[in-house]
Design a protein around this ligand. Sequence first.
Ligand SMILES: C[S@@+](CC[C@H](N)C(=O)[O-])C[C@H]1O[C@@H](n2cnc3c(N)ncnc32)[C@H](O)[C@@H]1O
Length: 251
Amino acid sequence: MNERTHWDKIAPSYNDEIFDVFESDKDGKLVKNMNRYIQASDTAIDFGCGTGKALHLLSPRFRSVVATDISGECLTAAKARGFGNVTYKRADLSSKAVRLPQADFVFCCNVIMLPEIARNESMFSNIQKSLKPGGIAMIVVPSTDSMLYSAWRMIDWYRKEKVDVDDIPASELAYFSGSKRDLLQGIIRIDGVPTKHYSGPELQVLMQRAGLSLVKLEQLNYKWDSEFAEPPKWMQAPYPWDWLIVCRADK
Ligand SMILES: C[S@@+](CC[C@H](N)C(=O)[O-])C[C@H]1O[C@@H](n2cnc3c(N)ncnc32)[C@H](O)[C@@H]1O
């Protein structure tokens, strides 16, 4: 898939179409962790900035911010937010040739989720290369465990309404239309787009491989309306989640 064309096409309707992590972060963990882990306030990179939804959090905390993305259209929308200390750079962040200035902090929210596993690993490695020694990254990625748990809740909900698992409409299971190989690698279709999901132990291995020390791996919880159009009131905690990784470049 060509992400540049894909995301350039989505950019004009991005705010309506793309899940908003910043609005949906039920317990405000993104801001809490930024407040806890941002120490040096020199430079930050928004790695895969999209239309710039994180810039209101990053711009006031840093002297300068580099917002980078593969999509020129997304960068144009990000620029229109008008933050004076942000510069913009179009780049394929999965490329081994990518060159970014070294930063104290990297933020990367729902970008490292390509169906091409090797390119995701390159992005983790590029984050490591973009950090100053001791620099911190906060990375958000989809969770395999949350996806399986949400599927179980959906089946359980049907069961409560006396619908047997065999009678659940096929459209509800469209997530799982990929091959066994995709499924075992955590590649699940979201709105038809194959999207890489991660298990917790897998992330521990990947951080180590990228030369990043895992500081914290926690759940960034969302309400059930992030999964279902009209979730029943009785459906409460545990909630669905993305992984929030806090890691450090110890070099
Ligand atoms: C789901 S959006 C998230 C954007 C933003 N971080 C946010 O949370 O609103 C994914 C973004 O990753 C960017 N992206 C995907 N693949 C990329 C790549 N190889 N290099 C750079 N950016 C990429 C897309 O252009 C898109 O803006």
